[in-house]
Design a binder for this molecule. Structure first.
Ligand code: CP
Ligand code: NVA
Length: 324
């Protein structure tokens, strides 16, 4: 190392291990998830006791948003500051990305200045193209196909409230969307089961979810009646009927999803100690009744907060590896 190269991050130093991205849930191994979930609890504990935990001092996270966000923005931004780093917030509308600069060029430039990039966008292929040209880790902050940070937070939340998720059953009620796809990837890796109930025409597409031929037998079952899907499960979860980017289908979806509202009948079909989760934002009276989301089995506020704790652990892991 000479006076010019001194100080260059190890991620681009010669001989450094390849950059790790987090573009879908299956990008990490079960063993890495075990570490991350434990580390998240440790990091949360420090936050709750007002203890400093600054493992990413001087590092910068670039956050690129092509869709709206409350939780993802606040959790990544607050989390990065708490780790001692800083953030740059970019949207399509106020950057050259919205004026047709090729995504590959944006990736080359942004990843020379930032140490980590979080992207919320439309097609998964877009984030993959960015990652292919990024010299720093890229994190999926939601695409049409996946929402891995959310499922990581959901699993952490389940474990916090009820212990290991292994062997448990999750009911997915609603759209076969990015959340459903990610639950199914997670189920195989972390060895739990999923019951899926969607209206006809809104089923999970196994190719899109990248689970075709990859799941153990019986890993997930489909149900035409959402109450049946909830029977004896440990966790009931749902999401909006219309995801971002699909707003033109709103009216058609309202009709198709009318009986896919998680209500007390569904919660009563589940185990007595079952939890309710929703990634939020929620529409009371559509995908969930107010009684359920505001009721005693709902852990949606812990779930939202935990985004920050798990993402701090994730950012630390992608940049520093395991800290034992
Ligand atoms: N759950 C979630 O990702 O929320 P935001 O859209 O507010 O980021
Ligand atoms: N499925 C929803 C999740 C929002 C956090 C969407 O993609 O809009």
């Amino acid at each position: 190392m000479n006076s010019v190269t001194q100080g260059i991050p190890s991620t681009i130093a010669k001989g450094a291990p390849p950059v790790r991205h987090y573009l879908q849930f299956s990008d990490l191994t079960a063993d890495e998830y075990r570490y991350l979930l434990e580390r998240s609890a440790f990091i949360k504990g420090k936050f709750k006791t007002f203890m400093r935990h600054q493992t990413l001092v001087d590092r910068t996270l670039a956050m690129i948003f092509e869709k709206a966000s409350t939780r993802t923005r606040v959790s990544f931004e607050a989390g990065m500051y708490q780790l001692g780093g800083s953030v740059v917030h970019i949207t399509t509308g106020d950057s050259q990305m919205g004026r047709s600069e090729p995504i590959e060029d944006s990736a080359r430039v942004i990843s020379r200045m930032a140490d980590l990039v979080m992207i919320r966008t439309y097609e998964q292929t877009k984030i993959e193209r960015f990652a292919a040209y990024s010299r720093v880790p890229v994190i999926n902050g939601l695409t049409n196909e996946f929402h891995p940070c959310q499922i990581l937070a959901d699993i952490f939340t389940y474990i916090e409230h009820r212990g290991p998720i292994q062997g448990k059953t999750v009911a997915w009620v609603g759209d076969g969307n990015n959340m459903a796809n990610t639950w199914l990837q997670a189920a195989e890796l972390l060895d739990f089961n999923v019951h899926v109930s969607t209206p006809s025409g809104y089923e999970v597409n196994e190719e899109t979810a990248r689970i075709a031929g990859k799941l153990s037998a019986g890993r997930y079952k489909t149900y035409s009646n959402p109450v049946d899907a909830c029977r004896d499960v440990d966790l009931v979860t749902t999401d909006v009927w219309t995801s971002m980017g699909f707003e033109a289908e709103n009216e058609t979806r309202r009709k198709a999803f009318a009986t896919w509202c998680v209500n007390s009948e569904m919660m009563q079909a589940a185990k007595a100690n079952a939890l309710f989760m929703h990634c939020l934002p929620a529409h009371r009276g559509e995908e969930v009744s107010a009684e359920v989301i505001d009721g005693p089995q709902s852990v949606v506020w812990d779930e939202a907060e935990n985004r920050m704790h798990v993402q701090k652990a994730l950012m630390e892991f992608l940049l520093l590896g395991r800290i034992d």
